[in-house]
Design a protein around this ligand. Structure first.
Ligand SMILES: NC(=O)c1ccc[n+]([C@@H]2O[C@H](COP(=O)([O-])OP(=O)(O)OC[C@H]3O[C@@H](n4cnc5c(N)ncnc54)[C@H](OP(=O)(O)O)[C@@H]3O)[C@@H](O)[C@H]2O)c1
Length: 237
């Protein structure tokens, strides 16, 4: 059961894939977790509170933060993991694609982080960590996806900006920038194609990203870092 000394992490996009594994990872670290997504089911673990909602909707950030404080009394970490990926040639993107991808990837990050930050400061500090994509730093002609670069590139820039803004107040701000990770985001028939995009010749695993997030969580001298976990993608081809 939670105690007053137990840290509390909010994890978005927590119903499956990387987010679901991050919930387990933070629990192993000893944190209580507020896990959110549109379809997330209630948890058996008393130290995991689930909150359903569309992260693009400003009301969701409000409900998630309120629920975290009501149930656990504090917030120490925000993990901005919810994200959508739509890859297509630039001129094929629709207005709906734009609204969906910017709504989840950018507005979701902005509203939740902004709403939670005063609670981190109230604890004397905390950690904001976001999941971006290596395509930001290593665009690939085989995967045209400017909306991923526009939104996740924005998160990477915001990570550095917030790291500096809050550096003297104990809040660290970092990002993990993955290559392609084996999650429900990718249909199995695409795995061979996706593996070949990486210099190491394979996709990454969910545990690779969880380990990187938890490293950043427990690294007090690391802030403003964009940690690439991408099988060499950002280094070159
Ligand atoms: N897998 C990869 O290859 C890869 C590569 C680079 C970066 N990433 C990033 O890593 C993060 C996690 O990816 P993943 O592969 O684990 O994705 P995933 O398996 O597709 O899961 C996405 C999660 O986000 C939630 N979500 C989607 N739209 C949402 C919305 N409007 N409001 C609230 N939650 C929403 C989903 O839950 P609900 O459906 O219940 O809402 C789900 O829990 C994303 O930010 C993604 O961009 C992934």
């Amino acid at each position: 059961m939670s105690t007053q000394n137990q840290k509390v992490a909010i994890v978005t996009g927590a119903s499956q894939g990387i987010g679901a594994a991050l919930v387990e990872g933070y629990r192993k670290l000893g944190h209580a977790v507020v896990a959110t997504s549109r379809t997330i089911a209630p948890a058996d673990d008393a130290d995991v509170l689930t909150v359903q909602g569309d992260i693009a909707d400003p009301a969701t950030a409000e409900r998630v933060v309120t629920a975290a404080v009501e149930r656990f009394g504090r917030i120490d970490t925000v993990v901005n993991n919810a994200g959508v990926f739509v890859a297509k040639p630039f001129t094929d993107y629709t207005a709906e694609d734009y609204a969906t991808v910017t709504g989840v990837n950018v507005a979701g990050f902005f509203r939740l982080t902004q709403r939670a930050l005063p609670h981190l400061l109230a604890q004397g500090g905390g950690h904001v960590v976001s999941v971006t994509t290596s395509l930001v730093d290593a665009a690939d002609s085989r995967v045209p996806s400017v909306l991923a670069s526009l939104t996740k590139g924005g998160l990477q820039a915001a990570t550095k900006s917030l790291a500096i803004e809050y550096a003297t107040r104990g809040v660290r701000v970092n990002a993990v920038s993955p290559g392609t990770i084996r999650t429900p985001m990718h249909a199995p028939e695409t795995h061979d194609f996706l593996a070949a995009l990486h210099p190491v010749g394979r996709m990454g695993e969910v545990a690779d990203i969880v380990d990187a997030v938890l490293f950043l969580e427990t690294a007090p001298f690391v802030t403003g870092e964009i940690l690439h976990v991408d099988g060499g993608m950002s280094a070159g081809h």
